[in-house]
Structures are given as C-alpha cells and as structure tokens.
Design a protein around this ligand. Structure first.
Ligand code: TRP
Length: 333
C-alpha cells in the first residue's frame, strides 16, 4: 500500500515559523514520496473557539493559502476541511469507548493547554477529549506517518493505543501511525520563551510583510546579561542564534557572528540585521507564491473542495470497513 501522510492544523489564525520548522517543512519535502492529506481542523478549533465560529471560514482559507505558499503542491497534496468529513465525528464516537477518562486526564499537552486558556465555566468536554477526535483524523485516512511538532507526540501515542485496542477487539482494520518530528521539535518564541505560539504573541508569521518581520526581529530577546556590544555574550539558548542556525544557510557567516558575539566584538543590532536578511531570503518566495494564489481565490476554493472530496471518499471507504469489523454494518433487508 502507498505510504500515506496525514497531518493538520487548527485554523485559528495565520501559520508562523514554528509551524514551518515543526511540520510544514517535512510535508513539503515528503509530498513526492507519500500520498499526503493535510487536514484543516476546524472542528478541533471550535473546541476552544466555540464562541467565535464566525472566524473559521476566513481562517480556513488563510491556512490553505499558507500551505500553498510554502510549496505544498495542490496536484499532489489533498487539503481537507475537517467538518466537511462528517464520518470523522462518527469514528470519534466509536473511539470514545476505547479510551478511559483517566488516560485523557493524563495527556500532558491537553493539561498544559487547559492551564494556558482560562475556561471560566470549566473545561468543555469537547476540548478535553479532542485527542480522541484527533485519533479519528489520523486513522480514518489510514496514515502511517504524521509529521508534527513535539507537543503533538501525546496525541500520536493516544492514537496508537486506540488503534491497538480497536484492532484487537474488532479485527485488523486500522494502521498504527508513527510521528515524525521536524528539524527542530520546538522553535523558541521571539521573546525567548520555549515555544513560538500565537496565544503568547511571540511569533513571526509566514505572511508578515518585510517591515513587520524587521520590527519583530529587532525587538527579539537576546542575552539579557549583555549590556554593551563589548560585553562577551552567550550564544547557547539565545533565540537570535537559534533562528540563524535554522534559517540562515550561510554557515560561515553564523560561525563568524557567534565567535564575535562570544568575544564581545559585535552588537546585537548587527546580528539581528543579518538574521532579518536571512529570514527575508526565506520568506520572500513564500510571500510571492502566496500573492499569486491570493489573486485567484476561485482556484484556492477549488483546491480546498477537491481535496476535501477526495479525503471524504477515503474516509467513507474506511468507515465501511470499520462498521463491518464492528458488526454494525446492518442491512435489515
Ligand atoms: N492538534 C493539532 C494542532 O493543534 C491539529 C491537528 C488536528 C492534527 N488533527 C490532527 C495534527 C491530526 C496532526 C494530525 O496543531
């Protein structure tokens, strides 16, 4: 069988550099070898944005544009809108029988996310149980590989557990997926925080205009102990250098900057200016491709609808197998 990828994003806003190094880069690289499905997870986005469903349609479109902008080829990759595949909801319900409350309560990513959000009326069941729906996302497409950032590992583990239980109980229908981490499991934020994250506001977005990229880079957190350009600085854990390592292809330039930084022979402004240039070289083609697609919204909508149609057909085929295996493919005729 063809090797298949499924991965996805919540359409809560534009995608940023963290998404790129965590997963988008791998998707672009692997789209030639794997049959690739990319899910725009609007149902999952609703689990903590249910008060603002009116933003989803525009966000889905923007995320699709980001995908096309980074180089996902619509001739190879199917972009699928989650809520337009209702079979996912059905599979989620069946999977709910295979997961205990205690297991959900242990999920470290969900725990962390609950802490960050402040659910004033308590944690909604939909949010707390989204790892089950994510397991349905992965397995309904029979994916064997899931390119994701590090924070998603507990979700893949949950999916694997569900698959093992399902296959043991009902017969071998589903595929146990593997996670694939990006070049960097976790890109730090511009504020030096552990992770680039929209809710923290420490992002550089793939669609940011040059002036905005410059502003974000120039205000980046660096070595806080360094007051004058002549003070010896620390490179390790300094996000400006982490970004250089990831986005600046000129390794000789990076080595030179690091040596001068450690020796107190270069100012933060110069290091940041060089980073800005490297980021621009990376972002400029993405921006150009984005503009090309954005000029033809009808074409983008078609890509979304065609990917969703193909994704749904595959989901329906899997659900027929699931129902047969579960002995609930009733005919009553
Ligand atoms: N939880 C993922 C995120 O927030 C989005 C997602 C939904 C996903 N379904 C998925 C990722 C399936 C990988 C596979 O970013």
């Amino acid at each position: 069988m063809a090797r298949r990828i499924l991965t996805g994003d919540r359409p809560t806003g534009p995608l940023h550099l963290g998404h790129y190094v965590g997963s988008l880069q791998n998707r672009v690289k692997l789209q030639n070898e794997y049959e690739t499905y990319v899910l725009i997870a609007d149902v999952q986005a609703l689990t903590d944005n249910f008060e603002h469903p009116e933003n989803l349609a525009a966000n889905i479109y923007e995320v699709a544009l980001d995908y096309l902008a980074v180089g996902l080829d619509p001739a190879k990759v199917r972009i699928v809108v989650q809520s337009m595949v209702p079979e996912l909801a059905e599979l989620t319900i069946y999977f709910m029988n295979l997961v205990t409350v205690a297991t959900l309560e242990r999920n470290p990513t969900v725990k962390e996310e609950i802490k960050q959000r402040n659910f004033t009326k308590g944690v909604p069941v939909g949010f707390w149980s989204y790892p089950i729906s994510q397991a349905a996302d992965i397995t309904i497409f029979k994916a064997d590989l899931v390119p994701v950032g590090e924070d998603q590992l507990p979700m893949i583990e949950q999916a694997r557990e569900i698959v093992r239980r399902f296959n043991r109980l009902y017969g071998k229908v589903l595929i146990e997926p593997r996670a694939m981490l990006g070049a960097m499991a976790r890109l730090p934020g511009t504020d030096g925080g552990a992770k680039m994250s929209k809710s923290v506001g420490n992002c550089i977005y793939l669609g940011d205009a040059p002036a905005m990229v410059r502003k974000r880079v120039m205000s980046m957190y660096t070595d806080p102990k360094r007051i004058h350009p002549t003070d010896p600085g620390t490179v390790e854990g300094n996000p400006v250098f982490t970004y250089h390592d990831v986005f600046n292809p000129d390794k000789a330039e990076i080595d030179e900057l690091k040596a001068r930084y450690r020796a107190g022979a270069v100012g933060d402004v110069e290091v940041k200016q060089r980073l800005f240039e490297a980021l621009e070289a990376f972002l400029e083609p993405i921006r150009a491709r984005r503009a090309e697609f954005a000029a033809h919204p009808g074409r983008v909508n078609e890509i979304i609808m065609e990917g969703t149609r193909q994704g749904r057909a595959l989901a329906q085929a899997t659900m027929a197998e699931v129902r047969t295996a579960m002995k609930i493919a009733y005919k009553f005729e």
